[in-house]
Design a protein around this ligand. Sequence first.
Ligand code: NAP
Ligand code: MG
Length: 399
Amino acid sequence: MSKIEMKTPIVEMDGDEMTRIIWRYIKDELINPYIELKSVYFDLGLKHRDETNDQVTIDSANAALEYGVAVKCATITPNDARVKEYGLKEMYKSPNGTIRGIMDGTIFRAPILIKGVKPHVWNWEKPITIARHGYGDVYKNTEIKVKGAGKAELVFTSEDGKEERKLIHEFKGPGVIQGMHNVDSSIESFARSCMNYACDMKQDLWFASKDTISKTYDGDFRDIFMSVYENEFKTRFEEAGIEYFYTLIDDAVARVIRSKGGFIWACKNYDGDVMSDMMAAACGSLAMMTSVLVSPDGKYEFEAAHGTVQRHYYKHLDGQETSTNSVATIFAWSGALRKRGEIDNIPALMEFSDRLEKATLETIESGEMTGDLALISSLPGVKKLNTLDFVKAVRSRLG
Ligand code: NAP
Ligand code: MG
């Protein structure tokens, strides 16, 4: 069988620990035998990030912008323990944070639904994709613990020295104050990323905030979304037969629970933080969550939502058998290859991505799965496979 040829390379960002092992298995068993892979390779393994003073992370993000499609392995975000473990020159920032900053992107997370692992919300037939705004609000806040009586005011001083003041509260005793902000350019990018992605996926887009209470702050989000929609996307949405829908956040939560799924839910930073964990838990496993970072002008970085699965890696190093779930990483590869195929007009590459995902799901639905799913699957006669054997089982179905 001849291998599928590519035109433009994808950007390949290798990573750390157990997911780095899985990366190799996937390439050896599921990619290289079928595709004449063209990739621009960046080693984001912590050792190499340290050797390059983290320049490799920056270079990889710029390459993602240049080539348009990247696939990323999970990476360690260093803390004190990691600085010691790897003898690092410094405590580098989160690679995902660095890449997101450069690509100015929004992260879309969706669960992979399979037979035998029912979502806790039984009426969800299709995945709900959460799009989380990645800038500002409570994540860039300033707080004061008020120790006693006094006056709190909100003050803005414009460049020409003019002041705008508003009373927050006259404190009679101890309390607490918080100041937060966002910027229109970031909200606009967020809206654009969400709307591009909705057109791409041919799915409705929901957005919600609390603009009845937060008339100015959340009102700004609502108005920016509406103007980006009206000015840039209305026709594309109508052509795709999809809808942009705005509502209050509490109404949205109630509707989401009653829905059949199959739409994109754009969330402000905090809402997205909370709701993406809720969605992962409601659908069974963090190991079954895909993640894609999309820039406002449509550049893509695909990855798994989980981390490097450190605990399994230490077992692996110790010579013990592991049963680590590779599904989200396989879907990161299939997502990237499909997108490359779409952009470069290579139907064979898109078909291969579909086949790879189908083979992966069929393997699980036939009862062969890794330990995390074996624990929660309701299928009869479940067989727990080790990390490599699961990948091989998928390959045997790929043919
Ligand atoms: P983690 O790697 O997501 O793993 C946490 C636990 O979840 C695992 O110990 C395992 O539970 C379970 N799990 C996660 N993925 C699994 C999989 N594919 N198959 C089976 N079980 C899975 O989170 P962590 O241990 O907190 O973080 C480890 C490292 O990952 C950290 O250095 C962190 O900085 C990094 N991280 C990277 C990313 C990223 O690059 N996107 C995201 C998050 C964390 P059991 O042990 O019970 O089996
Ligand atoms: Mg969270």
